[in-house]
Design a protein around this ligand. Structure first.
Ligand code: HEM
Length: 400
């Protein structure tokens, strides 16, 4: 068994649930070394993850939420501006207010109508073939469409942007030396062009509104827009895709559960989707940094040390969930932390739920007899979990 949470190989067959179990039981506040860094504390119990996520005063999101520290102080920042994911209240609160309106439930619900149409088109592109790579051809298409729709961009650009995020999320040692910084630069270059385009030709889209909206006398600066653009593409792309691929894999591996869902999709999808979020947990971790000396379960943590919340481990904690390794699509209540919690709780969670529902409904009702013949290969990432590709077969049917 791999023991090192810093090593992408530990995640090469999906999240290491056996390791998580052992850590939860034996060393819930576990010290993990880093080859080129000071090391970090790994939290695997639900209560600890929940508490740290909510206590932004003791656990800061600065300088970064990734385990690796930035190579220089300006990484992830442009001048004074920093990505919202990496700033604390009260600055974070003000920023979040500024953009929240676009992501609240009513706004997303209106978009829901169009999401169903997008899901239908996506399934149309594969339905006659009776086989596809579910990750690239179905699951990954939805977030690409959505970012393009939201921002008012051509669909092909949505696809390109989301390829860049995959590079950015890969473990550096698995990539060519300049691949990650180059991808970040390409993303910024693209976002800068979006600013110019939307200023020249304002349109009815999120990009235009973000560039003009004013809350409490405050507007987004250009650097803030660039960083937020990157965050949106980044946060909403492979997360949603991996939930869909990992979710379909889990469903086909639990046929009796799938049959129950199929018997009443509209009535059972809500609970089923939440259970898939818990079971799959596409975001592996978020990191915090202790702002002062603290203690968790009697373990002393020094100011400046890294504390890492393992959401997939928290979501399988038997102290919180009965039969945590079982897939129970009717689980209720289901207080999973797949979207995190506290001030940074996923801003796109309502939109993500609508995307997931639209694709799952379309896939389950139209792609009959789905078979995933072998275990998929997983992404080489310690941060985002999901199959890299997932060939599936199904009964061919007609386009709608
Ligand atoms: C299944 C899909 C998704 C999962 C599992 C997910 C998960 C997460 C998690 C774990 C966090 C960090 C929360 C914390 O620190 O406690 C987060 C933050 C965030 N997510 Fe998501 N996310 C998903 C989809 C999306 C989508 C579709 C969007 C937008 C289009 C989005 C936008 C964001 C943003 C902007 C943040 C940062 C919020 C802040 O810093 O205040 N996410 N997400």
């Amino acid at each position: 068994m791999h023991h090192d949470l810093y090593d992408a190989a530990t995640f090469a067959a999906g999240q290491p649930h056996d390791l998580y179990r052992r850590l939860r039981e034996e060393t819930p506040v576990h010290w993990n070394h880093e080859p080129n860094g000071p090391g970090f504390w790994a939290l695997t119990r639900y209560d600890d993850v929940f508490a740290v996520d909510h206590d932004f005063q003791a656990y800061s999101s600065a300088p970064t939420i990734m385990i690796d520290d930035p190579l220089n102080a300006n990484e992830g920042a442009i001048g004074e501006a920093k990505m919202m994911l990496m700033i604390d209240p009260p600055q974070h609160t003000a920023f979040r207010k500024l953009i929240r309106a676009e992501f609240t439930k009513p706004a997303a619900a209106v978009k829901g109508l169009r999401l169903n149409e997008l899901a239908r088109q996506i399934v149309n592109t594969v339905i006659e073939r009776g086989e596809c790579d579910f990750v690239a051809d179905v699951a990954g298409e939805m977030p690409s469409y959505v970012i393009a729709e939201l921002m008012g961009l051509p669909l092909d650009d949505g696809r390109e942007l989301y390829k860049l995020t995959e590079i950015i999320h890969s473990s550096p040692e698995t990539m060519a030396p300049r691949a990650i910084p180059d991808a970040v630069n390409n993303m910024f270059g693209y976002a800068a062009a979006v600013i110019a385009e939307k200023r020249a030709r304002p349109a009815d889209d999120l990009a235009t509104r973000l560039l003009t909206v004013e809350v409490g006398g405050r507007r987004l600066t250009d650097p803030e827009f660039l960083l937020f653009f990157m965050l949106l593409v980044d946060a909403g792309g492979d997360t949603t895709r991996n939930l869909l691929s990992g979710g379909l894999l889990a469903l086909t591996r639990h046929p009796e559960q799938l049959a129950q869902l199929m018997a009443d999709i509209p009535g059972r999808l809500n609970a089923a989707r939440e259970e898939l979020l818990r079971f799959v947990s596409p975001v592996i971790y978020m990191r915090r940094t202790a702002t002062r000396d603290v203690e968790i379960r009697g373990t002393a943590i020094k100011q400046g040390e890294k504390v890492v919340m393992y959401f997939g481990a928290a979501n399988r904690d038997p102290a919180q969930f009965d039969d945590p390794d079982g897939l129970n699509l009717a689980r209720n209540p289901n207080p999973h932390v797949a979207f995190g919690g506290g001030p940074h709780v996923c801003l796109g969670q309502h939109l993500a739920r609508l995307e997931i529902d639209a694709v799952l409904t379309e896939v389950l009702t139209r792609m009959k007899g789905v078979v995933i013949p072998h275990e998929p290969e997983w992404l080489a990432s310690t941060f985002i979990s999901g199959p890299k590709s997932m060939p599936v077969t199904f009964t061919p049917a007609r386009r709608l």
